[in-house]
Design a protein around this ligand. Structure first.
Ligand SMILES: [Zn+2]
Length: 367
């Protein structure tokens, strides 16, 4: 190679290197105020302690919807509210989904969703982590991102009636397929589901299952198990939090590493061909009631009849009553959680929101 040629190629290689370096750091590092994060969560905890359970279709669920809309309004964002009807054992009920939109440079859209209803009320659950945690993230994200330059448009969506068969997210996707003008399904490039994002021992990020979900509740399906949303979130979390980053769950029966089932609001979106990511706090290392399926969330004696801390399972599988499960139980309320794990709740919530905010400002690097 002639010297001049060598110089040209070195220069262009350098140019490439520099432009890649600039590209890699072009998204600003997002600051999320930890006090604001915690304040939103505590305000929400106070509200639900006052109102009680938020069973799908019940007046308290509607009051929660009004409260969420009022909180977004404080950030100057007006929610679009789209109602839907559903049946529960032949009883006709109704609920609604709430949407706020943060316009980005492109009208390609990322939807962040969290259900706001709760279940388990017969035993005293108030649904604080399932899914007050996801809802409070939607509030803090609205405040954090409203004046931020975003490559893609962001829709924050609070879904009703998840705990009664994903009624809200199924209705949302079907209304989109039917051409509802506020939904614009064809612009969606990613959906991120937030369901119980704090409380469990570890933070995980999942993709849809590589074996398609049953999608026959939709009039038109186009299933995808694309992992790019999951992988992008994991990369951002690793960059920000190192060895405390969101992880992929280990494989367990029927579930390859990092792949999740159809039990939450991500599934109608995967059915409609939209790549999904799903944030969740639990512990797949615990040998719970049905094995290592992630349903037992904590290896903390406060939430077990008797925990064998060496084997990470019940001392006696026959007599165990609690299994380290918080969701849908008497433990999912502030008075059962704050005395044991207030600091954990605070730091996990902050981490989730920082990862989401950073992912959204640099989304064009991941999608
Ligand atoms: Zn949930």
């Amino acid at each position: 190679m002639k010297v001049s040629r060598l110089l040209v190629s070195l220069t262009s290689a350098c140019g490439l290197f520099i432009s890649q370096a600039i590209f890699a750091t072009s998204a600003p590092s997002i600051k999320v105020d930890p006090n604001q994060t915690w304040q939103h969560f505590v305000e929400l905890a106070d509200f639900i302690e006052d109102k009680g359970k938020r069973t799908a279709g019940a007046p308290q669920e509607k009051q929660m919807a009004d409260w969420i809309a009022a909180q977004w309004q404080k950030a100057g964002l007006t929610a679009t509210r789209i109602g839907f009807d559903f049946k529960l054992k032949d009883t006709p009920l109704s609920s609604e989904n709430l949407i706020v939109t943060l316009p980005g440079k492109s009208d390609k859209t990322i939807l962040i969703g969290a259900h706001y209803d709760s279940v388990g009320d017969h035993n005293g659950s108030l649904g604080l982590i399932d899914n007050g945690s996801g809802v409070s993230a939607l509030l803090t994200l609205a405040h954090t991102l409203k004046d931020q330059a975003l490559p893609y448009t962001v829709k924050l969506v609070a879904f009703g009636a998840e705990e009664r068969g994903l009624k809200g997210s199924k209705a949302y996707v079907q209304q989109g397929l039917d051409g509802h003008k506020s939904i614009e399904l064809d612009k969606l490039v990613a959906m991120i589901n937030l369901d119980t994002i704090i409380g469990g021992d570890y933070l995980y990020v999942h993709s849809a299952h590589s074996t398609p979900y049953k999608c026959d509740f939709l009039s038109k399906t186009n299933y995808t198990s694309d992992t790019k949303v999951r992988d992008g979130l994991k990369t951002v979390s690793s960059n920000l939090f190192g060895d405390k980053a969101h992880q992929l769950h280990q494989p367990f029966e029927g579930y390859p590493e990092g792949e999740t089932g159809s039990w939450s609001d991500h599934s109608p979106f995967a059915c409609a061909g939209i790549p999904i990511g799903y944030l969740e706090a639990t512990n797949f290392a615990i040998n719970g009631k049905r094995g290592n399926d992630g349903y037992s969330q904590v290896a903390d004696k406060a939430y077990w009849t008797c925990l064998d801390t060496d084997k990470l399972t019940a001392c006696d599988r026959k007599s165990e009553k609690a299994w380290g499960e918080i969701w849908h139980t008497q433990f999912d309320r502030a008075d059962a959680l704050f005395p044991v794990m207030k600091e954990r709740l605070r730091s996990q919530l902050q981490q989730n929101i920082q990862v989401l905010a950073q992912f959204l400002v640099e989304a064009d690097q991941h999608l």
